[in-house]
Design a protein around this ligand. Structure first.
Ligand code: CP
Length: 335
């Protein structure tokens, strides 16, 4: 049984086969290939795109998707083993996974990191616990990484740029009033290097460099794909000759769990906003963002509304890649 928890567990040829399948589904969206199948979508955190695209994608394939929000009409879940469950959680992931496996063909989960202890969160324990006890394939709908977003990003860039190897992607940190997860930054760095891109990780200071675990994976990806990964704190260096600018806000790991100190650190870096002046330094780059985006904080209206912005295409492609993924995990051939 195969799960989709981290794209690093999948060969680039396998990921590309998913993307090829997704392109077919994009041109022929309504095919009842999963008639009678059921998908459980466990959301521990809010969502617009992920929730809508999985529900609609399942419906377009003839499957039924149910949304479950633990703590909101559904019992709260304990994920740690051996815990004395005298707190808020009413049931354990052991029973949740076993029961849902009797009802459903797939279980997908979104479980953001807890913003208290990075040493705990960096092991991605919640999705691993679900996968351990599930009898059906598990899909990661964002934890400390966002693999479905990775698929949509690659599909979108291939649509616009063709072959990605050797193209420069500037992953730029942007300010946000909330310290956010590093999930999308981790994912963009891993998938772009896996596809042989030249990644410039632009962030204000060493405090914003990603966890060494993901940096190491990205360097290994680059070594085997012929790509590159370099960190810069110079805006002009990051943007220079970029073919792709990816804007994302993430928190500083040394300040993890301390939002007040993080605020003091980050408030000086509003200049990292993506704007017309910075985009003019690029090789006529496309701009993307996973969304939701704070307009005129992370990126200006001007660049978000420009023809080179592909964020909406990337959001659309979430639908197609996830349909291909559900078919693949259930062993159903498309087209
Ligand atoms: N990009 C993304 O996952 O969007 P949502 O948080 O709205 O699902």
């Amino acid at each position: 049984m195969r799960h989709f928890i981290n794209t690093q567990d999948w060969a680039v040829e396998e990921l590309q086969a998913l993307l090829d399948e997704a392109a077919g589904l994009k041109s022929r969206p309504l095919q009842p290939l999963l008639q009678g199948r059921t998908v459980a979508l466990l959301f521990l955190n809010p969502s617009l795109r992920t929730r809508a695209s999985f529900q609609i994608g399942a419906a377009q394939l003839g499957a039924t998707a149910i949304v479950l929000e633990p703590g909101n009409g559904v019992w709260g879940i304990e994920f740690d083993s051996g815990k004395v469950m005298d707190g808020k959680a009413e049931e354990h992931i052991v029973e949740v996974a076993e029961v849902l496996s009797r009802y459903c063909d797939l279980i997908a989960m979104r479980a953001f990191p807890g913003f208290k202890n990075w040493q705990y969160d960096r092991e991605d324990p919640l999705i691993k616990a679900l996968a351990r006890y599930s009898r059906v394939p598990v899909i990661n709908m964002e934890t400390i990484i966002h693999p479905c977003q990775e698929l949509a990003l690659v599909m979108t860039l291939q649509e616009r740029l063709g072959r990605l190897k050797g193209k420069k992607l500037c992953l730029t940190w942007t300010w946000n009033p909330q310290p956010l997860s590093t999930a999308v930054a981790n994912s963009v760095t891993m998938i772009a290097t896996k596809y042989g891109m030249n990644v410039s990780l632009l962030c204000p200071s060493p405090d914003y460099v990603l966890d060494e675990r993901f940096m190491k994976v990205a360097h290994e990806n680059a070594a085997s794909s012929g790509g590159r990964l370099a960190v810069t704190h110079e805006i002009s260096e990051g943007y220079a000759d970029a073919d792709v600018v990816y804007a994302n806000s993430w928190g500083s790991l040394p300040y993890y769990g301390d939002p007040e100190k993080e605020w003091e650190l980050s408030r000086a870096y509003g200049r990292f906003i993506v704007d017309e002046r910075k985009m003019a330094m690029t090789n006529n780059a496309v701009l993307s963002h996973c969304l939701p985006v704070r307009r005129n904080v992370e990126a200006t209206d001007g660049v978000l509304d420009a023809p080179g912005c592909v964020a909406i295409d990337e959001a659309e492609n979430r639908l197609h890649v996830q349909k291909a993924l559900m078919l693949r995990l259930l062993g159903v051939a498309g087209r």
